[in-house]
Every structure is written in structure tokens, then in C-alpha cells.
Write a protein that binds this ligand. Structure first.
Ligand code: BGC
Length: 808
């Protein structure tokens, strides 16, 4: 069952009923100012840091779900409603929500009045624009009242919901005509305020929540709206809001638009005030002047569309399968941009107050983002590297506002450092920019302790070698990619964090996954060392990779699949000897991606075991059998009920590792089948089961042991976006940048007999035509008509257009 449809020409998903199974959201903003907006207008916005600079309030886990947003209420002759249906929930004669790239447009119609609300953040702007268009579709004149509404957050979103003894006394605003200034804490240490404005004469306003809503009402029944009369309230202490009232007369067929701006303004300390206690509004006025007319808004929207058109032109496919095309051309890269910007901070599953940017997560996000804006990827790599510790280990997270390592979760996730090599290598392959390796980057943000970026990669690589366990496999530390495999934790106290508790400090628990990751990044690391002229380091890296591969085959092989780990006691994890958790997905994917056991036949066996034991109708589960009881020696993985999250859920993040691994063996048929099971556009038809947005991946789909098998959770902010883009675009469609050229080696199901890819990279354009007989063999290429040896097309000079014919 569907709740809408894709409009590929407009690059939109069109939701046709407000009664979706869950709020379906979108993101506004591209660089500094971000908003989340649901299909009913719920959500909130913030400047750069979802925790520390939150403009509007949102209550997570609320009932009903998704209450609070940037709302517009229409009062039409005693009848009042909201165009997004909620929060008033008056039945609409027409409803539609168009989810676009960095904008959302919601339209509702009732009793001859149509209201369309467009939400977006214009490029280079620290504000949301809300354009409201009212149209009289009836045959009689109408006198309508339009009310805007936002509820301000007192900046620190965590404190905002905890510290009421203070917070209910500090709210302050100023009102200046149609502009409301939210200035809580500006009198003391803040130099920023929020502004909420409209480009029309107001008939009234409210800034005090209770005056607007009435003491016992929710957002669905504001008293001011019901009575059609603002109170002109000025908030003092208590809870500041921003609401305008406009009186709008509309002749039959007439339409009028109004531009509301909700923005963030920062003043230099010495320019804070324009009079005693009066905020300096000069910068706000400059901001507002840019969005006074609908023509200005239209132009900003066109600029935003052009920005996306340019970015998406870097990789386009035409395959005859519209679901494949829309994932690769539109939605997957779009989600990659969102994860790059927000890491795991703010979604409808992440509160934005709990986590900073992940070291591991951000590096993986780069893999799907580098081609969109390489220069931003470069900057991000340097930021991440600057949080690395001198011994090569990493803080697990850092705060985007300060760009410093964050001690909340601390360090000791021993896979973290290696991801910096993956992220950097991806950037250099895309851009050819080896100079980044020579950039000076501090350790732990200490300028006195700085070295080249390459030295950071070196310490990452050697951190693994300096931390090997009894079998010669890498020590896992607190956990590896699987945050929930906590082999040194041994927690028996309720509420204790599995990630930060380390009751045992032994150096015994080892990870086969990290070994696979190590062997996978080693060739890239060695090639970068060579590029730096460090031949002996390159040689050493290759040597260590071979040795690690041997170790995996000796101590990490269980007979039919790769082991997952050795626990604190040296017992096997992920072995046929175990009762639960006999096989786990991660090492099967990563070891084969790294080429381990391919020639010995182990790789094939491992992937066949995945197919036989882990595959389901909705994707590949993480482990089988699920852990049926809590294992103190394994940690959080065994804390989840069977079928959810890391305990046998379908983790869509690591499914693509298996897809890529299948392409290593030339099995494109199976790889494609796996991808279609989790790719949202293919799941659209079962939206009532999947329940989340059909345009973005979810982190998890409940596994076969769960009651709600097939139900997705945690959409948007997940490494799933980057990894699936890498799998489908670089390995199944088979077009990927390497240091010395563009690799063209598709491995795709015969279902797609031919396709074309246009890839723009390093200033040149590659037009690739593929005939796909799905032979499972390496492709045969002709470049500009001439056959070449192998599948690597050398880089063409900037400005060139290269035509590639490929048969496979
Ligand atoms: C985290 C990832 C982790 C994954 C698996 C996600 O919530 O953001 O860093 O790899 O869970 O545990």
C-alpha cells in the first residue's frame, strides 16, 4: 500500500494523505541553518548545532506523535484549520505534501479556500522562509484570518526541557511591527537572537504561549485562532512564542502570498544593543530585506533547485528501471548530503541533544558525499582528523560547534581510526587532491602537537598494529563498528551505558571485523604512502595486510563463515559452537570486500552461509540465531529483544557490504536482489509494513524474529545512505573513481540488460554505455571507440568528454 507517489521530473515525493503510518519528514538547509519538517508541518529548526542553538521547541516521544512545528492556522468565517491537517485535524477537501530537495510544500483546501505553505532555507541564509499562498477557490468573496505560530526554544535544547525552575522566568521578546525578536538570555552571555517576521501589515500578534493557546489548550485548539483575535501579548518569563495575525480579503479566484521568515542573527559583542535593553536589529533587517517579495522568494527557490541540479549531475544513470534511477539520481545522494550535514544529531529518532558528530559515522558519510561537494569533504576530513588523539585512537564523537572531541562517550572504539583512512582515500580518489595529505593538522585540537594529515593516517594504521590480541587479531576495545558488541563491558547495573562502561581492562577481546577493515584499507593506505614518496611505509603496509589476512584465515575462520570475535575469555563469538549468535554479518561482508579467502573458496562459502542463514524477505539480518537472553560478556547486542537493532535486526548499513562482497565474486544477480529488498523506492508498495518514508533508507528493519518483521525504524541519519550509494553506484553499476583512473566494471543482474551512466569527475565527463549480459566476468571496454586492456579508464584532462562502451 502506498501513501503517495514519486514525481521524478520534479524530484519530489508527493504524499497524498496526512494519515501516513508515521510522520514522514524532510530536511531544510544545506550548510549552516537546518530545519526538520514533517508532512503536517511539524518539526523544528536550529543553527549549526541541534543541541546548543535550537530556535524552536520540539517535544520528542510526544502523544500524539509529531506535535509542535511552524504552523499556519486559517480562520475562515468561524471555521479554523491547518493546511497540513494536523494539529487542528479538521478534515480537508484536498491535501498534498510535496517533499522536495531541501524544501517541502504542503497544500490543504477546505470549503473553497486553498492554503499552500512552502518551507525552505535559501542558500547562504541563516533562516527559514515560509511562503503562504491563500487562494479563494469559491464563488463568493472571503475575509480570512491567517495566523502564524512558532514556539521558541531557549537555545540549549537539553537545558530547555530540564531546567524549569530557571527557564520559566527568563523568556524575553521584543515586538517591532510585523517582526518578533526572541531574545532570551541576550541580556547576559548570548550575542544571538531569533527573528520571526512577515512581509505584510499585521492585524495582531502574540508572543506569550498561554495568551495564544488559552490555559488548557494544545496546538490543535488555540483560543486566539478559534476566536479569530490575537491578544497582542508580550511574553515576560514563561514561554515565548511568535505568532502573527493577518487579515486577508480574497475575491473569488483571487490568490495572495505572504512571506514569513524565521531566522537566526548573531551580533558582535560590541554591537549588541541599539539602545538600553534594546537589541541591535540592523543585521536582522538586512536578512529580512532579502525576502520581502514573492519574486525574491521565487529567485531563491530557483537558486536552490539549480544547486541540486548541479550536484546531482555528478552521477546519473538511465537504466529503464525507474526505481533504480530515482534512488541513484535523486534520493540516495540527497540522503547522503543530509547525513553529511547532520551526522546522527537530529531526526525523528535522534533528539539532537544526545550525540555529537561520530568519528566513524562522519568518515563513512563521506563515502557517499565526496562526489557532491569535494571541497566540503576536504574540510570535514581535516576537522575530524584534528580530534584524533596522538596515539592514533579517536574520540568517538565531536561537537560540530566547537569541533572538539567530546568526552561523553570517550574513546577506545578500535575501528574508529581506520575509517579516517577510508574517508581520506575516497576524497583523494574523487578529487585527485594529494595536497590534503600534507596539510598540518593538530592532534586532539592542540596546536602545539600537530603533524601532516598523512601522519594521522599512519597513526591510525599503526594503532591497529599496536593493539593486537592473543591471536594476532585487532583488539576490539569498547566495541567496533557494532557499537553493541561490548566485549569488555560486563555491565550488571541498570541504566549503565554499555559504551562507556569497561569493567574489565584485559587485552584479550579481539575483532575479526576490524581485521577485515584493516586488510580492506591497507591497499589505499599503501598507495597514499607511495604518493607521499614513502616506499618503505607502503611496503610495510602491504606486508602487514598479508599477515593479517593469514591471521584471519587461521584464527578467524569457522569452517563455513568468518568468526565475529573472541570475547574477553578468548571464547569464540559468531561460531557454530555458540548457542545463539552463531553467525554475524559484519565479517562476512567486510572480509570478502577485502578479498580475504577469495582464492581459497572461503569467501564464497561465507556468502553462501549469509544467504542460507541471514537472508529474509526484507533484507539480511545481523545475526542468527538471535540472542535469546542477556549475555553479560557480550553487552548491548544481547539486550535487545530478538529481531530488533543489533540483535538480529536488518541493519541496512551493513547489507551493502554483502552486496559489494557479492560483486567481488561476480554475483551481480544476488547483489541486486539484496539491494532491492532494502532500497526504499522498492519498498514503497509495502509502506503499511515498512511505515517510514519511501524515499530514504532506514537504519533498521525489524528482522524475522521480531513480531513486526519488515517494520523500519530510524530513517534518515544512518551510514546506510552512504554505503548503499557506494554499493549501487560504484559496485553494481560499477563506476568508481580510483587513484589512477575511473574504474568501469559493472556487476548487475540481467534484469537490467543495458544502461547508461554519466559521471562527472575531476572536471571531465564520462559517458558510459553498458550492455549487461551479467556474465560475472570483468567488463570489456572501448574508450572513445578503442578497446583497452582491463577496466580502468585513465583520467582525462579537465574539460574532456570521454565515451566508454562496456560489455559485461
Ligand atoms: C551508530 C554507528 C554504529 C551502528 C551499529 C549506529 O547507531 O551510529 O556508529 O556503527 O549503530 O552499531
Amino acid at each position: 500500500m502506498r501513501f503517495g507517489h514519486f514525481d521524478d521530473a520534479a524530484r519530489e515525493y508527493v504524499i497524498s494523505t496526512p494519515r501516513t503510518p508515521y510522520p514522514w519528514i524532510n530536511y531544510l538547509g544545506t550548510e549552516e541553518f537546518f530545519g526538520l519538517v514533517s508532512h503536517t508541518g511539524g518539526g523544528y529548526c536550529f543553527y549549526r548545532d541541534a543541541r546548543l542553538r535550537r530556535l524552536t521547541r520540539y517535544r520528542y516521544n510526544n502523544v500524539p506523535t509529531d506535535v509542535g512545528g511552524r504552523y499556519f492556522y486559517v480562520h475562515d468565517d468561524g471555521d479554523f484549520w491547518t493546511p497540513g491537517w494536523a494539529p487542528v485535524k479538521r478534515e480537508l477537501d484536498f491535501y498534498e505534501c510535496r517533499v522536495g530537495l531541501s524544501y517541502t510544500k504542503i497544500t490543504g483546501e477546505r470549503k473553497g479556500l486553498r492554503a499552500e505553505v512552502l518551507y525552505f532555507v535559501p542558500l547562504g541564509t541563516t533562516a527559514e522562509v515560509h511562503r503562504v499562498t491563500l487562494k479563494n477557490t469559491s464563488k463568493a468573496p472571503k475575509s480570512v484570518k491567517l495566523f502564524s505560530f512558532v514556539e521558541f526554544c531557549l537555545w540549549d535544547a537539553s537545558d530547555d526541557q530540564n531546567n524549569y525552575q530557571r527557564n520559566l522566568s527568563i523568556g524575553e521578546v521584543e515586538v517591532d511591527g510585523g517582526t518578533i525578536y526572541h531574545k532570551t538570555e541576550y541580556r547576559e552571555r548570548r550575542n544571538h537572537y531569533a527573528v520571526h517576521s512577515v512581509n505584510a501589515k499585521v492585524a495582531g500578534f502574540d508572543t506569550d504561549r498561554e495568551s495564544f493557546l488559552g490555559p488548557w489548550n494544545g496546538f490543535g485548539e488555540p483560543q486566539a485562532v478559534a476566536e479569530g483575535r490575537s491578544r497582542n501579548s508580550v511574553a515576560s518569563g514563561w514561554s515565548p512564542i511568535g505568532s502573527h495575525q493577518l487579515a486577508v480579503d480574497l475575491a473569488p479566484g483571487e490568490e495572495r502570498s505572504f512571506v514569513f521568515v524565521l531566522g537566526y542573527v548573531e551580533n558582535p559583542v560590541e554591537e549588541k544593543w541599539e539602545g538600553p535593553g534594546v537589541v541591535n536589529k540592523a543585521r536582522a533587517r538586512q536578512l529580512l530585506a532579502r525576502f520581502q517579495t514573492t519574486a525574491q522568494v521565487d529567485a531563491a527557490l530557483v537558486a536552490l533547485r539549480d544547486y541540486w541540479t548541479e550536484m546531482l549531475s555528478k552521477y546519473t544513470v538511465k537504466s529503464g528501471d525507474e526505481r533504480l534511477d530515482r534512488m541513484v539520481n535523486i534520493w540516495n545522494p540527497y540522503q547522503c548530503m543530509v547525513t553529511f550535514n547532520l551526522s546522527r544529531s537530529a531526526s525523528y529518532f535522534e533528539t539532537g541533544i544526545g550525540r555529537g558528530m561520530g568519528f566513524r559515522d562522519s568518515n563513512q558519510d563521506l563515502l557517499g558525499f565526496v562526489h557532491l561537494v569535494p571541497s566540503r569533504a576536504r574540510e570535514r576530513i581535516l576537522d575530524i582528523a584534528a580530534t584524533q588523539k596522538p596515539d592514533g585512537s579517536a574520540y568517538h564523537q565531536y561537537q560540530p560547534l566547537t569541533k572538539r572531541g567530546n568526552n561523553d562517550i570517550g574513546s577506545g572504539f578500535n575501528d574508529d581510526p581506520l575509517w579516517l583512512i577510508s574517508g581520506t582515500a575516497a576524497y583523494i580518489k574523487e578529487s585527485g587532491d594529494l595536497s590534503v595529505l600534507k596539510e598540518t593538522v593538530p592532534f586532539d585540537n592542540d596546536p602545539k602537537d600537530a603533524a601532516t594529515l598523512f601522519e594521522h593516517l599512519k597513526r591510525s594504521f599503526h594503532h591497529v598494529l599496536n593493539n593486537l590480541g592473543p591471536h594476532g587479531l585487532p583488539l576490539i576495545g569498547r566495541a567496533d563498528w557494532n557499537d553493541c558488541l561490548n566485549l569488555n563491558c560486563f555491565s550488571e547495573t541498570p541504566g549503565e551505558s554499555f559504551q562507556t562502561t569497561g569493567n574489565r581492562t584485559g587485552r584479550t577481546a579481539e575483532s575479526v571485523f576490524i581485521a577485515g577493515l584493516f586488510v580492506h584499507v591497507a591497499p589505499d593506505y599503501a598507495a597514499l604512502a607511495e604518493a607521499m614518496g614513502l616506499e618503505s611505509e607502503a611496503k610495510a603496509a602491504r606486508f602487514h595486510a598479508v599477515r593479517m589476512e593469514e591471521t584471519v584465515l587461521k584464527h578467524g575462520w569457522d569452517g563455513e563463515w568468518f568468526l565475529r570475535a573472541y570475547d574477553f575469555f578468548g571464547k569464540k563469538v559468531g561460531s557454530k559452537e555458540c548457542e545463539d549468535g552463531q553467525i554475524l554479518i559484519e565479517p562476512q561482508g567486510y572480509c570478502v570486500m577485502a578479498g580475504i579467502g577469495v582464492k581459497e573458496g572461503h569467501a564464497k562459502k561465507a556468502l553462501d552461509s549469509v544467504k542460507a542463514r541471514l537472508d529474509t524477505a526484507h533484507g539480511i539480518v545481523l545475526n542468527q540465531p538471535p540472542y535469546s537472553a542477556y549475555h553479560v560478556e557480550l553487552g548491548e547486542i544481547s539486550s535487545y529483544p530478538p529481531g530488533y537493532k543489533e540483535n538480529a535486526g536488518i541493519f541496512c548499513h551493513n547489507n551493502p557490504w554483502v552486496m559489494i562482497a557479492e560483486t567481488v565474486l561476480g554475483r551481480g544477480e544476488r547483489a541486486f536482489e539484496y539491494w532491492k529488498k532494502i532500497a526504499p523506492a522498492y519498498r514503497e508498495e509495502i509502506s503499511e509494513v515498512h511505515r517510514l518514508e519511501p524515499y530514504v533508507y532506514a537504519q533498521m528493519i525489524a528482522g524475522k524474529d521480531a513480531v513486526r518483521h519488515g517494520e523500519a525504524k530510524n530513517s534518515w541519519l544512518t551510514g546506510t545512505a552512504a554505503w548503499n550509494f557506494v554499493a549501487i553506484s560504484q559496485h553494481l553499476l560499477g563506476v568508481r573513481p580510483e587513484l589512477l583512473g575511473l574504474r568501469v566494471n559493472p556487476c548487475l543482474s540481467a534484469e537490467i540488460p543495458s544502461f547508461t551512466v554519466t559521471r562527472r569527475c575531476r572536471g571531465a565527463e564520462y559517458r558510459i554505455r553498458v550492455k549487461n549480459a551479467a556474465t560475472g566476468q570483468p567488463a570489456r571496454l572501448r574508450v572513445d571507440g578503442k578497446p583497452i586492456e582491463g577496466t580502468l579508464v585513465p583520467w582525462a584532462p579537465a574539460g574532456a568528454t570521454v565515451t566508454i562502451d562496456c560489455e559485461v
